[in-house]
Design a protein around this ligand. Structure first.
Ligand code: SF4
Ligand code: SF4
Length: 453
């Protein structure tokens, strides 16, 4: 016969543990200045303490049942924490094909100048793009003083960063004449990774360069019009974190300052890595903002850094889409990363749709994935999205700001992400909890005070 005290201890401990987790989560939320979430978590914690008291210290005939249910739930929670992430089988339609001509990318199109042969030859064969781009050109434009979120400081800071990135383009193309060093692939790979992380990268992975990673033809820069040749065997992809405060104010102007800053930081790191490998005698190339031969999110996904989510950005396991990516391709012998991120984030996207609901231009699809060029994916309406950028004056980023995976990488959100990729049921719960705690359409945070001019 089990003593009634045992049931009391079990009930008080398990519900008390949950109340403790709630209270800690409330404190973390307050620290993150998520006051709505902090308040709601605090109320839940207090309610749990009251439950623990009454269920633990009262006498009632169901008490043993409540105690055993709590033990079972505790065991399930422990099992979920320890189990391996779910890896779902994707069909063959997940392998992209090499179809993207960079001329069709909106940033290449916006560089076209009227009354030039480039303008005529592109728009004569692309009337739909002409119509779309004409609408964008009528708007104030990115970093325009006439745009909605004009702020003299942040716009100037972003402009400065973009100018520096342009300057860095000249550091990319130099070939190496150094004598090739004999370094084991595993040692070289670990040196490159460790150095990148110490330079400020958040995550890094290596993949073999695949045909579909690259553009078919360059659409901007000095190589405009040239077919892209894949000269290198390997690609090193890495991410840098975007500051949470600057992202959460999106679409206000801190976002464009932050994007440009992280494009710049990632560009510097990429050039450092490429030059390191060149110094070891291996031909290498940095792919940085404004001068890519390839599509960074595709490379990063194959290098094991994440998945491509509903908003079309790379979703990383610890920062979600709140990153920028750069890539270095190289002929150096490297060790490919076989450990891939799980693919439950895309499953989460199927029911979440928060980015789609919050997108000010309604550019993100709310339905299922569709076949695009033979691949199942979500495709955002980049024309609508860019038109919003031209009105806002910033690169918006509202989708990134509201994504449940963009929360800070701390013990609270880390535990939630850990469980999401291990349990479909928990993923559903986390989706509902995110809406309950932060709101389905959370308001943008104010622009950080120090940026006000
Ligand atoms: S907000 Fe939701 S649907 Fe959109 S990318 Fe993030 S997880 Fe996916
Ligand atoms: S950047 Fe803004 S406009 Fe573009 S898809 Fe994201 S939320 Fe929509």
């Amino acid at each position: 016969m089990i003593e009634p005290i045992f049931y009391t201890v079990v009930i008080v401990t398990t519900i008390g543990l949950l109340a403790f987790v709630g209270a800690v989560s409330s404190a973390i939320s307050a620290y993150e200045r998520e006051f709505k979430a902090a308040y709601r978590l605090l109320i839940i914690s207090i309610a749990l303490v009251v439950c623990a008291y009454f269920l633990g210290f009262s006498s009632y005939w169901l008490k043993p049942v409540v105690a055993y249910i709590n033990i079972v739930l505790l065991i399930i929670a422990g099992y979920l924490f320890l189990k391996r992430p779910i890896v779902l089988q994707r069909d063959a339609m997940c392998t992209p094909k090499r179809t993207v001509d960079e001329h069709n990318v909106i940033f290449a199109r916006m560089r076209l100048k009227p009354d030039t042969s480039d303008w005529d030859s592109y728009y004569n064969s692309h009337p739909f793009e002409f119509e779309q781009d004409s609408l964008s050109r009528k708007l104030p434009g990115l970093l325009s003083p006439k745009s909605i979120y004009y702020n003299p400081f942040t716009y100037q800071a972003a402009d400065t960063n973009f100018a520096l990135i342009d300057y860095l383009h000249s550091a990319i193309p130099h070939p190496t004449s150094a004598k090739q060093q004999e370094i084991a692939p595993s040692q070289l790979s670990s040196l490159v990774k460790e150095w990148a992380l110490r330079l400020g990268a958040h995550s890094i992975g290596i993949t073999e360069l695949k045909d579909y990673h690259a553009y078919t033809v360059r659409g901007r820069g000095k190589d405009k019009g040239k077919p892209v040749e894949l000269k290198h065997k390997f690609a090193i992809a890495f991410t840098v974190e975007m500051d949470i405060d600057n992202v959460q104010a999106a679409p206000a102007s801190s976002i464009v300052m932050e994007s440009s800053q992280q494009y710049l930081n990632s560009a510097v790191i990429a050039i450092q890595l490429a030059n390191l490998l060149k110094g070891f005698g291996f031909d290498s190339r940095a792919h940085i903002d404004g001068d890519y031969e390839l599509i960074c999110p595709l490379v990063a996904a194959d290098a094991g850094l994440g998945e491509i989510g509903r908003m079309g950005l790379l979703m990383t396991p610890t920062l979600g889409p709140r990153v920028r990516i750069a890539v270095v391709t190289t002929s150096a012998p490297l060790t490919v990363d076989t450990a891939k991120a799980g693919n439950m984030m895309v499953e989460f996207c199927r029911f979440c749709k928060k980015c789609a609901d919050c997108c000010p231009s309604q550019s993100i699809p709310k339905g299922e994935m569709q076949e695009v060029d033979g691949v199942l994916r979500w495709q955002i309406d980049s024309n609508l999205c860019f038109r919003y950028w031209c009105t806002a004056g910033t690169d918006c980023g509202r989708c990134m700001a509201v994504c449940p995976f963009s929360h800070p990488d701390n013990v609270l959100h880390g535990a939630v992400r850990h469980l999401i990729v291990r349990s479909r049921l928990f993923a559903r719960f986390a989706y509902l909890a995110d809406d309950f705690l932060y709101g389905r359409k959370p308001k943008p945070k104010p622009l950080p005070k120090w940026m006000s001019v």
